[in-house]
Write a protein of this length. Structure first.
Lengths: 140, 129
C-alpha cells in the first residue's frame, strides 16, 4: 500500500505480532510540534519508533466510538531525548504508548504518549484493562 | 514521493513552546497544552484524556475527542463555526461534552473549562470543510 500524501512513513511490528508493517503519521502534526511544541513531544518521536518496532503489548480497540479497530502499542524505550545533544536514561515508572487507527490509507498514527506503568504488568500502561480493548499480542 | 520520518527529522529541532490547540482530523481530536512540562496521559473517559506533568502531577494539557460531534451539538445553542475564518472559545467544547458525562468526572471538564477560558480555535485550525 502506498503512503498517503502528507504523511511520513515509519516501520514497526505488524499488529498480529509477526513480521513488519508500515505506519504513517501526519506531517502536519509533526510540523506543528516542531513549530509550537511542546518540545519534549517532538523529541520523543523516537519513543514512538521504538515502541512500534519492539512493543511489550498490543491492544485492539480504542474504546471510543468509531475507533474500535484501532490499536495501542505499549512498550519501554531506551532513552529520553532532551535535545539534539542531550539524552538521558528513561524515566522509571512510565511506558510509551502509540495509538494507531488503520483505515483505507494504511496504519495511521493518531498519537504517542507517556503513561504511568502498571506496577503489576511491566511494560503495560496503567488502566489498560478499562482504557483499551483486548490484548491481541504480548511479548513472551 | 514517499517521505520517511527518520529522514524528515534529520537536523530538525523544535522552535519553542506556544499555547495553541491542534486539531487532528485523523483522530477527530483537539489537543491543547497550556504548559510545556513533560507530561503523561491519563484517560478520563472516551471523550477526554488529560495530560499531567511528570514532575509535579499538575494538569498541563488535554485532548478532547469527537470534536465534530461536539461542534454539531453547539450549533443547537447558536455557536456555529463556519469555514469562513470564524473562531470559537475552546472551553465551549468542554461545556458541550459535560452534559453527557457522569458527575464523577465533571470536575475535570470544569477545571479544563477554566484553564482554556482564553483559548480560541478557528475554523482553519479545525480544517472544517
Amino acid at each position: 500500500m502506498s503512503m498517503p500524501r502528507g504523511y511520513l512513513a515509519l516501520s514497526g511490528l505488524d499488529p498480529c505480532g509477526s513480521g513488519g508493517c508500515e505506519f504513517c503519521v501526519a506531517k502536519q502534526y509533526v510540523e506543528n510540534l516542531q513549530r509550537y511544541g511542546p518540545q519534549w513531544k517532538f523529541w520523543n518521536l523516537h519513543v514512538m519508533k521504538e515502541v512500534l518496532a519492539d512493543p511489550i503489548a498490543i491492544f485492539e480497540g480504542l474504546n471510543r466510538s468509531g475507533y474500535g479497530s484501532g490499536y495501542v502499542y505499549s512498550g519501554l524505550y531506551s532513552k529520553q531525548v532532551i535535545s539534539s545533544t542531550i539524552e538521558t536514561p528513561p524515566h522509571a515508572g512510565f511506558v510509551g504508548i502509540v495509538i494507531v487507527n488503520p483505515d483505507h490509507r494504511g496504519n495511521i498514527i493518531l498519537d504517542w504518549e507517556w503513561r504511568r506503568e502498571d506496577l503489576d504488568r511491566p511494560g503495560f500502561p496503567e488502566g489498560w484493562q478499562n482504557d483499551f480493548g483486548d490484548v491481541i499480542w504480548k511479548k513472551t | 514521493m514517499e517521505e520517511n520520518l527518520n529522514e524528515y527529522l534529520r537536523g530538525r529541532e523544535p522552535d519553542g513552546f506556544t499555547r495553541r490547540p491542534f486539531y487532528s482530523r485523523d483522530g477527530d481530536t483537539l489537543t491543547y497544552y497550556f504548559e510545556s512540562d513533560e507530561a503523561y496521559s491519563q484517560r478520563v473517559d472516551d471523550l477526554l484524556t488529560v495530560y499531567k506533568s511528570k514532575q509535579t502531577d499538575k494538569l498541563v494539557g488535554c485532548k478532547i475527542k469527537g470534536v465534530i460531534r461536539l461542534l454539531e451539538r453547539l450549533k443547537n445553542f447558536g455557536f456555529a463555526l463556519s469555514p469562513e475564518g470564524e473562531s470559537l472559545k475552546l472551553n465551549l467544547l468542554f461545556l458541550s461534552a459535560l452534559g453527557e458525562r457522569p458527575a464523577t468526572v465533571h470536575h475535570y471538564y470544569e477545571e479544563l473549562g477554566r484553564y482554556t477560558r482564553e483559548a480560541v480555535v478557528d475554523s482553519s485550525e479545525l480544517q472544517i470543510s
